[in-house]
Ligand binder design. Structure first.
Ligand code: ADP
Ligand code: ZN
Length: 711
């Protein structure tokens, strides 16, 4: 099971209860799994689907989510398709015949399909291995999200009496739980309930003090990453988005008053990392599903603690640290009062008030916020200090930052005002590299002077010092940090300075080298991210379908430079390794050559490596020597042509004499593309593609580059 996990998903271990659930399903027993958002529910049916003969049917109510899952599965080499109302009749019959001819392992369908004419007959012809019902609480009228379409799922047990059913949900009260079991007619199901704690989320409450004072420092900490800001009203979301846009943030509003086209567009741009910040109403924003949201801010009071937990749950689904911040003011009570008093039903009104009071209590807590939130779901925490909320971390609003500022300014001077923020941070953190060694900066007193802090924090403090005018940056692509007269004055006159503590860690955490830590190499991460975006755009999928943030962070921690070590990285499975490995290695090697960083061993190179290593390049080479073109090889191997070209580049590195004359593009192409490269003065493809427009594809440019660089 573990080797399937690595091969198809690139993970090394299971999340809590996954293995137990999977074992139960593979043993063909009915299952009810209750896990929080981000708990890894999908894997609980996807892995059995791969393992069992036949095809797994997955019922899911959310169209966007289905597409996402199918894209990701395909990228991991699992044959998956979906059937829902977004497909044309023709497309649907295409998927159906693929299913009938045994070409699929997983088929996602929308619940209303079950009632469609002829669909039952189709399903019953399939060799169904298991049936998974996602968001199973939707079947219960007692739940908060009842969907009449889900009632049709009652027929599944009758149609497939011997097929194991697995129902999954993130929310279910006892009543809903037993309703799910009755409605779906689960047979003596094993019930698995995971903890609802989300250890990677940090909860904090800040006084509401206006945007510039409270929101902007937070947003700067997460600059270029994804954030959701919840506001009370539609108007509030619009105004906030607008004022953020004017300040140069990539923000957009998202609420129920927008037409569905606009909503979809905003959502797509968010998912594709084209906008960083979404301002959404509390009542809305259900459709947003993005794994690398790093920050969820409630600019106004949420309606209830349950709702708050649900909304903050959108942060950090990838398991990496994320912040959930509530801007708190008792005055906000009034905003809700108006709506609550409108409620006709006395009972309802009282309930609404009670719920709001619970939220106010959360804001005023002087005990662990996580314990309070979990208490609402009937979960008791054993830990005295959760180490992940402002109360437990003993945070204060501002802190004396005189020492840290002096150390940073001194380091800028001592290194001769010749380096960027990334390099300075490495010196201050005491991270050795060849580049630092060759400049002898590891002998400076400031080397390691701020050990124990995080790169992101130091960057945030440096940015803050830049905005305060103590430092400045040179213009250009690789800005250098410089002193200002004000900075000199600060050092000379022994001034003091306070900085908001959100920018600074409370320390105390043991340092360890991992992607969960924020100690990754931001410079490399940014380059990997642009590569990811380029690959995603070319394939028309969201960036995280290529690799999640956690994968890129690990690359920026371990600097893998061989095919084998790349496979040890989180999220790198066989198929993705084959498709994207070469491209990512090129970037990492180039970065290593420029900066002098060296590879850090993560762990054992997985067993599947050797087989893959030999085979993938070997196969491409074999077909190449048989005289096939790159397009033919791609088709034959079921890989993208770009991937084959990346193999080719790699093979030529080792064997420059490989016979590739039969791949040579027509001389007209070579000339046009060659001229474009000349104009750009480098070998990067994106600027050349821009010059040439639609005339040549990326693959044509890449192939031409191979020949142009040989001459
Ligand atoms: P849920 O549906 O429960 O909200 P998902 O199935 O979407 O959660 O999983 C959340 C994230 O965790 C996804 O990015 C998924 O790829 C990742 N994930 C799931 N299982 C594991 C695992 N065993 N190891 C590492 N990451 C995992
Ligand atoms: Zn706590």
């Amino acid at each position: 099971m573990l080797s399937l996990l690595k091969q198809y998903f690139g993970y090394d271990s299971f999340y809590p209860l996954q293995q137990e659930i999977i074992t139960n399903v593979v043993a063909k027993k009915d299952t009810l799994a209750i896990m929080p958002t981000g708990g890894g529910k999908s894997l609980c049916y996807q892995l059995p689907a791969i393992r069992l003969p036949g095809l797994a049917v997955v019922i899911s109510p959310l169209i966007a989510l289905m597409k996402d899952q199918v894209d990701q599965l395909k990228m991991n080499g699992v044959e998956a398709e979906l059937i829902n109302s977004s497909l044309t009749a023709e497309e649907i019959s295409g998927v159906q015949s693929a299913a009938l001819t045994g070409q699929l392992k997983i088929l996602y369908i929308a619940p209303e399909r079950l009632g469609a004419y002829g669909f039952a007959e189709f399903l019953r012809l399939l060799p169904v291995s298991l049936i998974a019902i996602d968001e199973a609480h939707c079947i219960s009228e007692w739940g908060h999200d009842f969907r009449p379409d889900y009632r049709q799922l009652r027929v599944l047990r009758d149609w497939f009496p011997t097929v194991p059913l697995i129902a999954l949900t993130a929310t279910a009260t006892d009543r809903v739980r037993s309703d799910i079991i009755t409605q779906l007619k689960l047979k003596e199901p094993a019930i698995f309930i995971a903890s609802f704690d989300r250890p990677n989320l940090r909860y904090s409450v800040l006084p509401k003090k206006g945007m510039a004072a409270s929101l902007l420092p937070l947003l700067d900490k997460y600059r270029g990453q994804s954030a959701i800001l919840y506001c009370f009203s539609r108007k509030g979301t619009e105004e906030l988005a607008h004022s953020l846009q004017q300040r140069g943030y990539k923000a957009a509003a998202y609420h129920g008053g927008l037409d569905s086209k606009t909503r979809t567009r905003v959502q797509d741009r968010f998912i594709n990392d084209e906008i960083d910040i979404i301002t959404a109403t509390i009542a809305f924003g259900m459709g947003i599903d993005k794994s690398n949201v790093r920050l969820v801010v409630h600019c106004d009071l949420p309606k209830s603690v349950e709702g708050y937990y649900q909304e903050t749950g959108r942060a950090g689904r990838d398991g990496l640290p994320a912040d959930c911040v509530l801007f708190f003011s008792h005055g906000d009570r009034r905003k809700h009062a108006y709506f609550i008093d409108e409620l006709k039903d006395e009972q309802e009104r009282k309930q609404a008030w009670d719920k709001l009071e619970e939220v106010l209590k959360y804001g005023d807590l002087s005990t662990c916020r996580r314990a309070y939130l979990l208490g609402h779901f009937g979960e008791e925490t054993a830990k005295e200090n959760c180490a992940g909320c402002d109360v437990c971390l003993g945070q204060v609003t501002v802190e004396d930052a005189t020492d840290i500022t002096r150390i940073i300014l001194t380091a800028v001077l001592q290194t001769g005002e010749r380096f960027g923020m990334g390099y300075l941070a490495s010196v201050l953190l005491g991270k050795p590299s060849d580049r630092i060694a060759s400049s002898r900066h590891d002998r400076l007193p400031s080397f390691g002077a701020l050990q124990g802090h995080k790169t992101a924090e130091l960057n945030a403090v440096m940015r803050k010092l830049i905005s305060l005018g103590l430092l400045k940056q040179s213009p250009g692509e690789y800005p250098v940090v410089l002193m200002t007269p004000k900075g000199h004055q600060f050092l000379d006159q022994k001034e003091t300075i306070d900085l908001p503590s959100v920018l600074r860690s409370t320390g105390g955490r043991t340092k360890k080298l991992s992607a969960e830590d924020e100690n990754f190499d931001q410079g490399l991460f940014d380059r990997l991210r642009s590569l990811r975006k380029e690959l995603a755009d070319r394939r028309g999928v969201p960036p995280y379908v290529i690799f999640g943030d956690r994968t890129l962070r690990e690359m920026a921690v371990y600097y893998p430079q061989s095919e084998g070590s790349l496979l040890t990285i989180y999220g790198v499975g066989a198929q993705k390794w084959e498709q994207f490995g070469a491209d990512f290695l090129t970037i990492i090697r180039k970065y290593a050559a420029e900066t002098g960083v060296v590879e850090v061993k993560k762990g054992f190179i997985p067993k599947i490596t050797r087989r893959l290593l030999g085979s993938t390049f070997g196969q491409t080479k074999e077909l190449l020597t048989q005289g096939l073109t790159s397009a033919q090889i791609a088709r034959k191997r079921g890989l993208a042509e770009g991937t084959i070209l990346s193999h080719l580049e790699k093979l030529l590195e080792q064997e420059p004499k490989l016979p590739i004359d039969h791949l040579k593009p027509p001389s007209d192409n070579l000339r046009a593309i060659g001229e474009a490269f000349q104009k750009t003065g480098g070998w990067a493809m994106a600027p050349v593609k821009e010059i040439l427009g639609e005339a040549y594809s990326y693959d044509e440019i890449r192939l031409a580059r191979i020949f142009l660089t040989r001459e």
